[in-house]
Design a binder for this molecule. Structure first.
Ligand SMILES: [Cu+2]
Length: 122
């Protein structure tokens, strides 16, 4: 995955950061992003980022921020709170039909991981 335009974080991509761990144990930072493939305009949908590291849930990530884009244009950035079991969830509704991209920017253990998914609003 390349560097995504619109990322507000100046750090290197997580893939290149694995040797920066300051603890004895080398930390991974993995994020599973769940976004529905489709939604109706005006419908409230959930985005969930499951954050885990070395096989364990991460309930105390430094930051989990969802960014909504249309093409290259960043429309919104929404900070997420930890729910449970390493899941960070927000609700969102799209007003207009179109194809959007959702990125979850996650900071933890001085790593940054930012998976993205597309959603089509009808
Ligand atoms: Cu990012």
């Amino acid at each position: 995955m390349g560097i995504i335009a619109g990322c507000s974080n100046e750090e290197e991509p997580a893939e290149m950061n694995h040797d920066h761990a300051s603890e004895d144990e080398v930390r991974s930072l993995e994020v599973d992003l769940e976004v529905p493939e489709t939604a109706a305009s005006g419908e409230t949908v959930e985005f969930t980022a499951h954050v885990h590291s070395n096989g364990e849930d991460v309930p105390d990530a430094d930051s989990v921020m969802f960014e909504v884009l249309q093409g290259e244009e960043s429309l919104e950035k929404i900070e997420a709170e930890h729910d449970e079991n390493g899941n960070y969830t927000i609700e969102h509704a799209f007003d207009e039909a179109g194809t959007y991209t959702v990125i979850s920017h996650v900071d933890a253990f001085q790593l940054h991981t930012m998976p993205q998914k597309d959603i089509t609003v009808e």
